[in-house]
Structures are given as structure tokens and as C-alpha cells.
Design a protein. Structure first.
Length: 190
């Protein structure tokens, strides 16, 4: 089997690896050399997978986030399941995705850095999807649309703050506290 065939079999893993590198290093800290070093791929293989280089790597990393947001929306919006169970499923997804608060958020990274306009615009849209997913955890009989939107903003702010503090302290405690506070807010609205 050629190296190229081997690369093609690893393509989904390569994309996950690249997204992880962006999450850990930021946009400006992620270079072709860093990707090559961390993935073991030669530069020509990287350009084979990502023909437009770093720009394409960043966009396809946001595709990974979009897939996660779709799954979160579907879980949060599954009204055949009680709201508390939906939140627990979402919280489990968040724990896995953010490795219990030890892996940063690509949306936060791209929001805080000076990134190309197309990445900034897509980052905003993905944050909007996250907010929309969180509003689905509010029972319409318990809160109106404005309250659901306030809850969603508060929940995402808590989660993002928990991620930052957990990474800074090398402990998942703040992330877990944020998830617990969101769970309490969900309970108040279901």
C-alpha cells in the first residue's frame, strides 16, 4: 500500500487531528510545519488533503464543529425525550468534545484571533447555531422566546468561561461547575 493510499484511509482522522491542532494552537499558531510535525504527514500530503493550505484546513476544521453542532441541535431538540435527559445527553457530548474542559473551543479561538473575514463570519454562524440549540432546552410552557434566548446566552457564556478557567487551571472543575449551573437553569425551565 502506498503512502498516499494510507493517507486516504486516515482522512477523517487527519481532519480531526487538524481541527484539534487549531483548537490547541489557534489560527496563527497552526502552520503547515506544525501540522506536518503533529500528524506525521509530509507537506505534499497535507496539500493533497487541503489544496488551499491553511485556509482550507481552517474551513474544514469548522466543518467538524458544524457536525458537532448538528448533533447537539438534534439531541437538544428531541422532544420525545424529557428535557433533563436531553440536557444530560448534551452535557455528555460537551464533556467528550472538550475532553472534560481540557481542550479549547475552536469557535472561541477564531473569535479571539484576527482571522480572515470568511472564518469570522462562519464562526458567528456556528455560535448562533449553538445558541439556537440551547434555546431548545427551554420548555415553551415555562419560558417565552426572550427568556429562552437569555438562557441560551447565559449557558454558552458559562460553558465558554468554564472551558477557559479549566484550561488555565489544568483542572476540569470549572467546566463541570459550569455544566452543573446550566443543568440547574435547565431544570428551572422544564
Amino acid at each position: 500500500m502506498s503512502a498516499l493510499d494510507n493517507d486516504q484511509k486516515r482522512q477523517p482522522d487527519i481532519l480531526q487531528d487538524v481541527a484539534r491542532i487549531f483548537r490547541a494552537n489557534g489560527f496563527h499558531g497552526t502552520t503547515i510545519s506544525v501540522v506536518s510535525e503533529r500528524t506525521g504527514l509530509g507537506k505534499s500530503s497535507i496539500y493533497h488533503h487541503f489544496g488551499r493550505g491553511k485556509s482550507e484546513m481552517a474551513q474544514r476544521s469548522l466543518d467538524v464543529v458544524a457536525t458537532f453542532m448538528e448533533a447537539m441541535e438534534a439531541t437538544a431538540g428531541d422532544t420525545s425525550v424529557p428535557t433533563s435527559a436531553r440536557w444530560e445527553a448534551v452535557a455528555k457530548m460537551l464533556r467528550e468534545y472538550y475532553e472534560n474542559g481540557q481542550l479549547g473551543c475552536l469557535l472561541a479561538v477564531f473569535s479571539l484571533e484576527d482571522v480572515p473575514d470568511e472564518l469570522r463570519a462562519r464562526t458567528k454562524l456556528l455560535f448562533d447555531r449553538w445558541l439556537a440549540a440551547m434555546t431548545l432546552l427551554c420548555n415553551p410552557d415555562q419560558c417565552d422566546e426572550a427568556d429562552a434566548q437569555r438562557f441560551a446566552r447565559h449557558a454558552v457564556m458559562m460553558i465558554q468561561g468554564g472551558l477557559v478557567l479549566s484550561r488555565a487551571q489544568s483542572s476540569g472543575d470549572a467546566f463541570e461547575q459550569a455544566l452543573a449551573e446550566v443543568a440547574s437553569a435547565v431544570s428551572d425551565r422544564s
